[in-house]
Design a protein around this ligand. Structure first.
Ligand SMILES: [Zn+2]
Length: 273
């Protein structure tokens, strides 16, 4: 599923390719993919240009010179492709923006869980959808104040988009591993230094994933994700045996908050508080 690093990669791609050129037309294969009426969407976009981009968590907002935004929601497998000739058009290009330049931007929607629509006001949209501050933008003090109020396991708290936006299942496991925090610690029990380590780990894991354009195989050797994704990992030899990259002991797998969770019982001990 596209998470913050993937969506940040799409944002940069769109910004490098599509800005400041008038849109001639928009093709939509299935209006179920739209959160805005088809006629309104097409009428609003004809002759307009994309001028800037903004990402909050997994949400991409593309600003137009009409003063409104096009919101992209990437669903399970959404992707973007910028191309010139029809024969380059990727499969599942269910929405295509045609620019007057002759170039096109395809929104690839293989499983039809993807959505686009017009958003007039981003803060109002985020409030209505209960989407909190972006995980890369949140400050230590905001994170600390939020966690202090949560007397529940840290893992589901970090997955909650109304607490911090953009962290999905593998990212939270990696963040907790890098911060050496057990996934079943109570969020409110973290001390100041643990919150600092957690904040650093969030930044580190997300920035590393963005630098690698979300390609797991390029992640550092000391990432726990190589055990989860061992089939595509360059460290498959050891990681298919689920060994911790730090202590070389067997990793634990259990359900936390209903989600499959990988962690190291030795490096992430459960301190009772
Ligand atoms: Zn370990």
């Amino acid at each position: 599923m596209p998470e913050l690093p993937e969506v940040e990669t799409y944002r940069r791609y769109l910004e490098e390719t599509c800005l400041n050129q008038p849109i001639q037309d928009v093709f939509v294969e299935d209006t179920k993919l739209l959160t805005t009426d088809y006629d309104l969407l097409v009428a609003s976009l004809r002759g307009k240009q994309f001028v800037a981009t903004e990402r909050v968590g997994k949400n991409l907002f593309v600003q137009t010179d009409g003063g409104f935004y096009v919101h992209f929601h990437f669903g399970m497998t959404g992707d973007l492709a910028y191309y010139q000739f029809e024969e380059e058009r990727p499969r599942f290009s269910r929405i295509v923006f045609y620019f007057q330049s002759g170039y096109k931007l395809a929104f690839i929607c293989p499983r039809k869980f993807e959505r686009i629509g017009i958003v007039e006001n981003i803060p109002e949209y985020l409030k209505r959808k209960r989407i909190a501050e972006d995980a890369l933008a949140i400050s230590i003090s905001t994170l600390d104040a939020t966690l202090a109020k949560k007397k529940v396991f840290i893992k589901p708290v970090l997955l909650d988009q109304s607490v911090i936006a953009g962290i999905g299942n593998w990212i939270v496991d990696e963040v907790l591993f890098q911060a050496r925090i057990h996934p079943e610690r109570l969020a409110s029990s973290l001390d100041e230094s643990e919150v600092t380590h957690l904040h650093e780990a969030i930044q580190f894991v997300l920035k590393t994933a963005i630098d690698c354009e979300a390609n797991y195989a390029l992640f550092p050797e000391n990432f726990i994700i190589h055990a989860r994704e061992w089939a595509v990992s360059p460290y498959a030899e050891v990681n298919q045996h689920l060994l911790c990259p730090v202590c070389q002991q067997k990793l634990q797998i259990m359900r936390v908050g209903g989600r499959t969770t990988y962690f190291c019982a030795i490096d992430q001990p459960l301190k009772r508080t």
